[in-house]
Design a binder for this molecule. Sequence first.
Ligand code: SF4
Length: 358
Amino acid sequence: MITPEAVRELYQAFGQQKPMGSSAPSTTQPHYFLLRTFHGENDLLVILNTKRCRYRCFFCQLPAKSSPYFIPGEDILAQFGYVLNEAKHALSILDRVTLSNEGSVLDDVTLPRETLLQIARCIHELRRVRRLVLETRLEFVDPSFIQQIKDAAPRVTVNLLTGFETYTPAIRDEILGKREPLPQFEQGLDRVAASGADLSAYVLYKPVPEMTDAEAFAEADRTIGYLREQCARRGIRLSIRLNPMYVAKGSRWAKRASALPNYHPPRLTDIMRLAEKHAVEGLRVYIGMSTEGLDEPNGSYAAREDYTSALIKPVKLFNDCKIVRFDWSALGLPDQPDWQRPAIAPVAAWPELALTAS
Ligand code: SF4
């Protein structure tokens, strides 16, 4: 007999709280998949198990969970088939599919092009799907290959999802180890524009552990401003994934944060305020609340004094585009935090800090 306790366990195991840090148990199963709503659409997120990302950004532990060896295309197709079988009763309500491999799905050293094209052909059979989100660094974007994907799945709009993180060069280079200088990123934007694809960009909120709350807000605000300007100039439709920085176990960035006597993760309410600021101007912003199962204890926004479970519901409503403003008084908070009233941090502070504090 089914019981409420059993249903609670099922919900925990397979719903939004489904654990996501582990490696796939075999080469024919993905690392992770989840049926979820995203910006009001029914999304099937699939994290394929492929050869690991060739980069080692200082804040990211995702490559460590992926295979050092090439995984053949037929195994990767089996992973996609496994997910479709698991989700078979929901296939007719899918609006979008998001493909990730904890790296770049357009890097054919990890995911062969023919395999990705076959997945696109399969997605074409999911007749309601109108959006295909591909996570990748922009250096791997080739407009002619994007066209082949569109030919294989002609109903979909391709959305390229990339980790931009921050526009401040010294933070990108020395704190995050992105190995993607801004001119290279901007050339990538030219190829996104030539592809006719949309862009979703991750922005890391508080990418330097030494930042104050006010400085973190100002820096992320400038990063979003830079992306808006660059994309508008090229006619690229932009959306933002605003991710609170968390301390990823074992990362170089985590060592830097733990060396501070008083490290504070970012505050979720500050992130909500920044997301709201841009959303009311018409930008689509999604607030990332997942720590991918890789965070250290007390290493995320949930450890800050402003965090309560009462914030989750409004953030979810915001992420599903049901609201663009938060009801701060209902949350018992002022319209602005104290630090936002005086002048915010000087623009020049971060390159100096990055160069002296690393
Ligand atoms: S942030 Fe992206 S590019 Fe950098 S190591 Fe992680 S997956 Fe690779």
